[in-house]
Design a binder for this molecule. Structure first.
Ligand code: ZN
Length: 163
């Protein structure tokens, strides 16, 4: 066990993510905690940065501006396409992510931002882009990452990658 969070540590924590409108976007309390590797960009940058030095048992609130969270929202990147641009059997819903290619053939993640009749708005903006992220955190466990975890850049074992 380590006393305080630093790069190269595997951290187990509970979190609640509340948006500025008061809605809870995500939370682990009451379920499986999050396990991630500090310093490997497994979590949004502003949260990772502000967790440095937190100790086991710490309960804290961390406010992350959009620029250090899921990015600012750029509406000029949104595109509206007809339903027929998707496979007929595709299950479409607002918030779903899918892989596409940009003009240079590079893979890009797009989210369905809006659906109106036959018109589907797709966007490379993360659904939480432009939002301030208000995290409530409880740090449960901190340990050194193994050599293999450091090589992979993510946590293994319960709550982490299983491969
Ligand atoms: Zn791995």
């Amino acid at each position: 066990m380590k006393a305080a969070i630093a790069d190269g540590h595997v951290v187990t924590l509970h979190y609640r993510l509340t948006l500025d409108d008061g809605s809870i976007a995500d939370e682990s309390f009451g379920g499986e905690p999050l396990v991630y590797m500090q310093g490997s960009h497994n979590i949004v940058p502003g949260l990772e940065r502000q967790l440095v030095g937190k100790e086991v048992g710490a309960k804290c609130d961390v406010k992350v501006p959009a620029a250090e969270g899921y990015g600012d929202y750029d509406p000029t990147l949104d595109q509206t396409v007809p339903r027929s641009a998707f496979p007929a059997d595709a299950q479409l819903a607002v918030g779903i992510a899918f892989q596409a290619q940009d003009q240079n053939g590079q893979p890009v993640t797009l989210w369905i931002r809006n659906m109106s009749g036959d018109e589907i708005t797709v966007s490379p903006n993360h659904p939480m882009a432009g939002q301030t992220l208000n995290f409530s955190i409880e740090v449960l466990e901190i340990r050194d990452a193994t050599a293999q975890e450091k090589q992979h850049g993510h946590a293994h074992g319960p709550g982490g990658h299983n491969h």
